[in-house]
Design a protein around this ligand. Structure first.
Ligand code: PRP
Length: 221
């Protein structure tokens, strides 16, 4: 049995064409079922639905053989657990070029971010990406107080909870709707395929088949 860990939403939707190229069709719609294990048209392939931030954990510890997750989640997972080496056991063979976006710093319209940074003020930054934000501001030599949030980051500068946020930006519509502006581009993000290294050795043939099918879709884009 091959187990693929996916999270609901954009990554799930954008993974369906990749699975199709590998001859795999998911038999249930995750938005219409409460099931967490979804069968596919291939009796030896199943999909498990997990929280996006749990995908690296499932794959690293063998709860799933493969997973698809954003680079943001992967970096945050590795850094939280103590550096790149802590992604040990996770093989990253492919940038799937899906769910593309960026991680940026944003502030309220009218907030003079450049001056705050120049003056060496201590910025309060709210984010779900504490490790990425810590590393980014440390490299710039900017002192920050980080506040961990789990969602709706945009509210933080509007309510006075923080001066800035570090969050994913795709179209920019969410920032605009909340009168926030992007002031720094930290990095580009896309989804990555991750594979459990032990599973790759034990189930090499079926896993390689999936990796190769995904790779050919990515290359043909
Ligand atoms: C992300 C991010 C922003 C939004 C940006 O949230 O946190 O809120 O998308 O997209 P936009 O630039 O196209 O407006 P997501 O919908 O992934 O949900 P989340 O709040 O659970 O992270």
């Amino acid at each position: 049995m091959i187990t693929l860990a996916l999270s609901k939403g954009r990554i799930f939707d954008e993974t369906l064409p990749l699975l199709k190229a590998a001859g795999i069709e998911v038999l249930d719609d995750p938005d219409k079922t409460r099931k967490l294990i979804l069968a596919t048209n291939q009796p030896d392939v199943r999909v498990v639905l997990v929280r996006a931030t749990d995908v690296p954990t499932y794959v690293q510890y063998g709860g799933a053989d493969l997973g698809i997750t954003g680079l943001d989640t992967l970096l945050e997972h590795g850094m939280e657990w103590g550096g790149a080496a802590s992604n040990a056991g996770l093989y990253q063979p492919l940038d799937l070029q899906i769910a593309k976006c960026r991680i940026s710093v944003a502030v309220r319209e009218g907030f003079d971010y450049a001056a705050a940074v120049r003056q060496g003020a201590r910025l309060t930054v709210a984010t779900k990406y504490v490790a990425i934000a810590r590393e980014f501001f440390a490299a710039k030599g900017v002192h920050v107080d980080l506040i961990k949030l789990y969602g709706s980051m945009e509210l933080a500068p509007l309510t006075g909870l923080a001066d800035a946020i570090v969050d994913l930006v795709s179209t920019g519509n969410t920032l605009k709707a909340n009168h926030l502006v992007e002031v720094e581009h930290i990095m580009d993000i896309s989804s990555r395929l991750v594979v459990n290294q032990a599973a790759l050795k034990l189930k090499q043939e079926p896993i390689r088949r999936i990796i190769d099918a995904f790779a050919s879709v990515v290359e043909s884009k």
